[in-house]
Design a protein around this ligand. Sequence first.
Ligand SMILES: *Cc1c(COP(=O)(O)O)cnc(C)c1O
Length: 404
Amino acid sequence: MPQRPIYLDCHATTPVDERVLEAMLPYFTERFGNAASMGHVYGWEAEAAVKQSREMLAIAVHASPEEIIFTSGATEANNLAIKGVAEANFQRGRHIITVVTEHNAVLDPCRYLQSLGFDVTFLPVQGDGLINLADLERAFRPDTILVSVMAANNEIGVLQPLSAIGAMCREHQVLFHTDAAQAIAKVPLDVEAMNIDLMSLTAHKVYGPKGIGALFVRRRNPRVHLTPQLHGGGHERGLRSGTLYTPQIVGFAKAVELAIAEMPSETRRLLHLRDRLWQTLSQLEDIELNGHPTQRLPGNLNISVSGVDGQALHLGLQPVMAVSSGAACTSAKVAPSHVLQALGRSEELAYASIRFGIGRFNTAAEIDQAAKWTIATIQALRQANPEAVKNSVSPPYPVQFEPT
Ligand SMILES: *Cc1c(COP(=O)(O)O)cnc(C)c1O
């Protein structure tokens, strides 16, 4: 089999760490019980594993265990948070504040609520991807019931000022939800210190399994009222029915536990690799960094490359590295990234962007190889037809160059 490309797409997903898999395995076979079966040891074993995992996740974000509601991932957690709060609080108000650069798992529930008559303010971002706190302050209304601002952006990695946002929400007595799918166990999160009322989590961006996540729902000061979106057996305090997926829950907690224990050293290692990649790439002319230079996830680098066609660029990179482009593929069509456009990038520059997501299993040698190949590809594309490339309006654009 030919060598596979270097994986540098850790914002999309990550491999399951061997230590996580090992912790999960017994719960598929000998310890397969239903955590809701209270009459025998099979149920007790599963229940004990779920309890321990819930405690671990609660410690990780400074919550209490009963505030952790397991879901199928961050998409479901975001839907439960946003639609659940809206439904439970619509008599108090129907105004929600969020941000244009949120993940679609936040934007789409908000748009759905608009179709039901809710009013949503989509805050802009500054050139560095961060919100302007004065914009947020102005957006509060007497009928505002929820503010939803992500912790770390999945494209440009920028870290929004959660503590400041939380303090403002608390002052206005408005619930604060944050989508922390990219942030959990990568940067410190503290629901108490940051005044977070709801927080969405997922396992598969942090070397845990796919298909498992959680929503933190504050129980006191204030108690969050939430309408369930899945009705059934009344699991998870009635907020999310469905038999608990014990192996995934065990893997989720193990993944978070490991990542938190290794956070100080791994952060240093990733910053070193990321900065080394940027130092090499920024020697080229007309390369721009997308997002705040330091207020971002340690493993994230996102650049826009002028004078090349986005599609040609990504076709050129493909044989050597797995990265994401600034094109968002929805099922229907390819569109330029809404995040990069919100930073003020043109459509062409959004397409001609590269998101590097460096992770736990990447080595310095891989980063150097990726940097070298990226430079070679960009230089070859620029030399191949500098004028035509510069004047290109929009993809699809014929590929004129095959890297050798
Ligand atoms: C990946 C991601 C999601 C979706 O999480 P799933 O667990 O895959 O549903 C939501 N928000 C952000 C910011 C993400 O990066």
